[in-house]
Design a protein around this ligand. Structure first.
Ligand code: UD1
Length: 421
């Protein structure tokens, strides 16, 4: 099993190109099931989760061809298999995203109940309520959710009880081919939802209001093929900015979308970084300074993203002062705290949703273990600032979400090595 060895102490410095967004690529790849025609998706990041989605499309009977630039061509015509198997869904919760498209186009889908990151309960009840509102019948048979709509889906008005990103995406995809008009309230406003809708509209869907809590979908009879490039990954962008800031370094990120991470940029400025940006680039300069402790509360977009909580917490661990980090999206998303404390941090948990981070002068290397996708990068941030060499185990979590992590870190001057032992 691969591990990362990181020798701390180097200030990150240099420039990087941001990869395509995982959380946008996954729903877009699933959305390709909505048409018989060829769909070409560009700027797809080379990640385990993306490979899992491609495998799933193949398993459903779609033809999938990848070129060397990670452009993926999908032709999903006359699918025979409408079942997403447990073996794939258990490794990635986002596999559930095939349910909306399959149900919309074929009137039936069997998808195993999802697994994925071990953070909180993460149910899919809101996806299912949305499908039911569109007229689907839902049953759970042998651990599989079976959705059927014998006579097709019908447009409807539906309000999510809470903001769910993939739930919003799934229900929008289902509504695209429904008969009539759908109004979705309390929809997620995340940039990845907007990216998916732009893709669907490029296929001929009629969706408006995306990026706001009220999305309207006028159902169409069929969708056509298209070519579409996935947006830059805002989580990867923010993560490298935080890593650079924690080490007192200076980085430039190209092919970025600064407009999608304004809250994070504001927090970095509060932490003491000089940050500047243009349409598609961001520069951060910490000038060797120690970060200031900054409070963080995660919330749906445009507020602070839960997917950057762990990384920011790691920076706060060595910041000047005490900070409160509050998680409002997921239960049990502080598994990294124990590991960062192994490096000498002083972080206390108050209940299950707040961490009190007392900034310490420095961290010391120790073996640690990655527990989930985003938490694992917080260990990278901590290792980059720690004295000595930290061994991070179970980095398959990192490979699910961060493209070529060692190459990117090496490019910024970190001392990092992947080892298999
Ligand atoms: C997506 C992102 C993930 C990010 C999360 C929150 C993808 C592939 N993944 O995950 O990286 O951390 O948004 O920004 O885009 N919930 C329910 N019932 C549901 C659905 C969700 O109770 O049917 C709850 C969840 O348990 C969680 C909250 O709603 O507490 C938000 O989850 P959601 O936005 O659905 O996360 P994902 O879409 O799975």
């Amino acid at each position: 099993m691969d591990k990362l060895l990181i020798r701390g102490g180097n200030r990150l410095s240099g420039s990087l190109k941001v990869s395509g967004a995982k959380n946008s690529a996954l729903p877009i790849l699933a959305g390709s099931l909505l048409t018989d025609e060829s769909v070409v998706v560009g700027n797809v990041p080379h990640l385990h989760d993306v490979t899992t989605m491609i495998e799933l499309l193949g398993c459903l009977g779609a033809s999938v061809v990848l070129d060397e630039k990670m452009r993926v061509e999908i032709v999903a015509r006359d699918l025979k298999e409408l079942r997403a198997p447990y073996e794939l869904v258990k490794t990635m919760r986002a596999s559930f995203l095939v349910m909306g498209p399959l149900l919309a186009k074929y009137g039936r889908a069997d998808v195993s109940l999802p697994g994925g990151c071990a953070i909180g309960a993460r149910p899919v009840d809101q996806h299912l309520k949305g499908f039911e509102a569109l007229g689907a019948k839902i049953e759970v048979v042998d651990g599989y959710v079976r959705a059927t709509a014998k006579h097709g889906l019908k447009g409807a008005e539906f309000t999510f009880d809470l903001v769910t990103v993939t739930g919003t995406e799934n229900v929008i995809m289902a509504a695209c081919l429904a008969d009539g008009f759908t109004r979705i309230h309390n929809a997620a406003c995340e940039p990845e939802v907007v990216d998916l809708v732009e893709f669907l509209n490029a296929m001929g869907a009629r969706i408006s209001g995306h990026g706001t809590p009220n999305v309207e979908v006028e159902g169409v009879a069929t969708l056509n093929g298209c070519a579409f490039d996935v947006m830059p990954d805002r989580v990867e962008t923010g993560t490298y900015l935080i890593a650079a800031a924690a080490t007192g370094g200076r980085v430039r990120l190209d092919r970025a979308r600064p407009d999608t991470l304004q809250t994070v940029l504001d927090k970095l400025i509060e932490s003491g970084a000089e940050v500047s940006w243009g349409d598609d680039w961001i520069e951060l300069d910490m000038g060797g300074r120690r970060p200031r402790a900054v409070d963080i509360t995660t919330a749906p977009y445009p507020l602070f993203p839960t997917d950057m909580q762990a990384q920011y917490l790691a920076m706060n661990a060595i910041a000047d002062g005490t900070s409160y980090v509050t998680e409002t999206i997921f239960e049990n998303r502080f598994m990294h705290v124990q590991e960062i404390n192994r490096l000498g941090a002083n972080i206390e948990l108050e209940g299950s949703s707040t961490a009190i981070v007392h900034g310490v002068d420095g961290l010391k290397a120790a073996p640690v273990m990655a527990t989930d996708l985003r938490a694992s990068f917080s260990l990278v941030v901590a290792a980059l600032v720690a004295e000595g060499t930290t061994l991070i185990d179970r980095i398959y979590h990192i490979d699910r979400g961060y493209e070529t992590i060692e190459e990117k870190l090496l490019q910024l001057g970190a001392q990092v090595q992947r080892v298999s032992r």
